[in-house]
Design a protein around this ligand. Structure first.
Ligand code: CP3
Length: 334
């Protein structure tokens, strides 16, 4: 699997490509399916997840599939009431407060639908394509638990951090324990690689990162030793060195950093990402020009996985995604 080789900085026949959120609303087939089933019903049906995951990967000819799921599913076993409301995004109806009571017995089995979906998908997917499992990193998941959904200013997160740091640590610790067992279950069910999404960690100062993120993420990477790991965040320019020290095999880059200047600073640790997802809304010559810039900065070094700097946006034309991946494959073929 060339994605796995690239994670370990081994030479590959071409640069592996997959795209964050590659199965989703930019595809008509996905929108048609979602007209019939709710998002949570879809996530909890291993058959539909397998179909959605494989279809997206095969349609765009990516080198890896990411299992169709969500970083917030885990909140349900921690006693949160999760809903994905139409045109609204996620809602947690009982947001975290310092008096939150966690279930005395965490029912890890309740997430086994993800494991069943992984086993089914691993069987369907061509052998040379990697299957990526994932989870949200504790801080990013905690932001949703605290805010009750998506937030613009994260005011409640910063207030809790300042006024009730012990309660914040308690929440992070619970999410961490659940995440370790969730990810171990995923590797046992066929995930070839694990990505940890820490989408909102860039909000934090280096000091806040050291206190509220690093110890938890380190614990997770320490416990996933048998499969390569990818650690992703956005607006992380000021944190990347520290993020690498938490122990992932690969570090994700958003679109704000220059590979050329950042990669040597990271001692050429394996990297993933960098293409601005909004470029996919432009014409194909612009997409190829930006891709050329990235590939020139990578300069044929091993240990690079082509990806976006953040997820695909729903308005993206599928043809542009297909053209991008074909272009990267042709340009990097050895
Ligand atoms: O194809 C893939 O990449 C796999 C599927 C996947 C989803 N969510 C499906 C989804 C992955 C990897 C995620 C991760 C995720 N979920 C993140 C981290 C990545 C990032 O974008 O920063 C975050 C922050 C979430 C939380 C979440 N889930 C939000 C904020 C929303 C609503 C906004 C949005 O992007 O739609 C979701 C819903 C969600 N997760 C959808 C999908 C396909 C849309 C649901 C729908 O309406 O069909």
């Amino acid at each position: 699997m060339i994605l796995i080789d690239a994670c370990y900085k081994k030479p590959t026949s071409h640069t592996p490509v997959w795209l964050m959120r590659q199965a989703g609303r930019y595809m008509k087939e996905y929108r048609d399916l979602r007209a019939k089933v709710s998002f949570l019903e879809l996530c909890k049906s291993p058959e539909l997840v397998c179909e959605t995951t494989v279809f997206a990967c095969e349609t765009i000819k990516a080198d890896a599939a990411i299992i169709f799921a969500d970083i917030l599913l885990i909140t349900e076993i921690l006693g949160f009431q999760l809903e994905f409301a139409k045109n609204h995004g996620p809602i947690i109806h009982n947001p975290f407060t310092p008096s939150h009571t966690f279930p005395t017995h965490i029912e890890h089995e309740a997430l086994h639908y993800v494991g069943h979906a992984l086993s089914a998908t691993r069987k369907e997917l061509p052998k040379h394509k990697a299957l990526i499992g994932f989870a949200g990193a504790p801080f990013t998941v905690a932001t949703y638990c605290i805010e009750g959904g998506k937030s613009k200013d994260f005011a409640k997160v910063f207030a809790l951090m300042k006024d009730h740091p012990d309660a914040f640590h308690g929440l992070l610790s619970q999410i961490t324990d659940a995440t370790i067992s969730y990810l171990q279950m995923q590797t046992q069910h066929g995930a070839d690689c694990i990505q940890l999404f820490d989408s909102w960690v860039g909000l934090l100062s280096p000091e806040q990162y050291q206190e509220f993120v690093a110890p938890y993420v380190k614990r997770i990477f320490n416990q996933i030793q048998n499969k390569p790991t990818i650690y992703f965040g956005t607006k992380t320019k000021h944190l990347l060195q520290t993020m690498v020290q938490t122990g992932p095999t690969v570090i994700g880059l958003d679109s704000d950093v220059s590979i050329k200047t950042m990669w040597p600073e990271l001692s050429y640790h394996p990297i993933q990402g960098n293409l601005d997802p909004l470029i996919l809304l432009e014409d194909q010559s612009t997409i190829f020009k930006e891709t050329d810039r990235i590939l020139a900065e990578v300069g044929q070094r091993d240990g690079y996985i082509f990806n976006l700097g953040h997820g695909i946006v729903p308005q993206t034309p599928v043809e542009n995604v297909i053209a991008l991946i074909q272009y990267v494959h042709e340009k990097t073929a050895k």
